[in-house]
Design a protein around this ligand. Structure first.
Ligand code: GSH
Length: 312
């Protein structure tokens, strides 16, 4: 079972990052649309607690976080590469900056009052309220930028992106790499999801031209799939992960076979619990058993996630 199943929803920026990577690598995939806010019972049947968007499923393997999903897609389809030899370290560092610092500045700007109103203009007020409450609960403990500070930071970041594009079509060269996909998605949200806020992009026309190039990569070949069928695929799978690194790196004093939890460091810190079956240099794998999905291997990147032993 090697079908790629992406669990996502149309307005999710991190999902757009992955949809475009699927397009760049010209992959075929199945699309399961998940809810944007809790409750998400079908999501939790697969992830065991992780509630963020997107996640990718292949058989009974569930890959959380778009950074890990990029690594898995690179394994599945190495060309064209997301990590060009000439800029491997830089590509990942720029991508991490974009997925965190750029993303939060852009979203604080995008979702100020006018943006939020535009996003929910055709929806009942309860929908906007429920979304606000869901995201506020996810953000407990985080410092959120105020709109004026976010706007100023976002403008500076757009100028830096424009600087990177001087003399080349993509951020780090003549072809897109992981940095381009990571930097694109928060800007896509401004341009496509809250066009009322998109004026901020006009000061950097080179960025708009680059965005057109990114959008032209498309989304690969997508087929609709249901959550129920995805859970059935998981339950029927014997499990054979794409990631087969057997290196064990123990930074926590937690042996393989222990009962553990993994949670995001911030923004949606719901835990997934299971048996630790891999802890490589870059990711953790937990095995868990679900009533509906059967045995599931849930994978998380190390960076951005917290591993803890469950004390008996
Ligand atoms: N580090 C995560 C961030 C994912 C993330 O924050 N996604 C947003 C949507 S784009 C989210 O989960 N929002 C809450 C939700 O969808 O339930 C990744 O790279 O995948």
């Amino acid at each position: 079972m090697t079908d790629i199943i992406l669990h996502h929803y149309p307005t999710s920026p991190f999902s757009e990052k992955i949809r475009l990577v699927l397009g760049y690598k010209q992959l075929a995939w199945k699309s399961v649309i998940i809810p944007a806010i809790l409750p998400k019972p079908d999501v939790l049947a697969l992830t065991g607690g992780y509630r963020k968007t997107p996640f990718m499923q292949i058989g009974s393997d569930v890959y959380c976080d778009s950074a890990l999903i990029c690594d898995v897609l690179e394994h599945l389809q190495p060309t064209p590469t997301l990590y060009p030899d000439a800029a491997k370290g830089l590509a990942r560092i720029v991508a991490q900056w974009a997925d965190s610092t750029l993303f939060w500045a852009a979203m604080a700007y995008n979702l100020q009052r006018q943006g939020l109103a535009a996003m929910f203009e055709d929806a009942p007020t309860e929908a906007a309220k429920a979304f606000g409450a869901d995201r506020a609960a996810m953000a407990v403990g985080m410092t959120r930028l105020r709109p004026a500070d976010a706007s100023a930071a976002y403008k500076s970041y757009l100028r830096r992106i424009a600087n990177l594009l001087e003399g080349q079509d993509f951020l780090l060269g003549s072809a897109p790499c992981v940095a381009d996909f990571a930097a694109y998605h928060p800007l896509w949200f401004s341009r496509v999801r809250v066009p009322v806020m998109a004026g901020i992009l006009d000061a950097t026309p080179a960025v708009l031209v680059w965005m057109d190039r990114m959008a032209a990569l498309g989304h690969g070949s997508m087929e609709k799939f249901s959550a129920t069928d995805a859970i059935a695929v998981c339950a029927a799978s014997m499990g054979a992960t794409t990631l087969n690194d057997t290196y064990f790196q123990d930074d926590h004093g937690i042996p393989l076979g222990s009962r553990v939890t993994v949670a995001a460091e911030s923004f949606g810190a719901e835990t997934t619990q299971g048996e630790l079956i891999a802890a490589t240099r870059s990711y953790f794998t937990l095995r868990r058993v679900d009533e509906r999905a059967g045995v599931v291997q849930v994978h998380f990147p190390r960076i951005g996630y917290v591993l803890k032993k469950v004390e008996a």
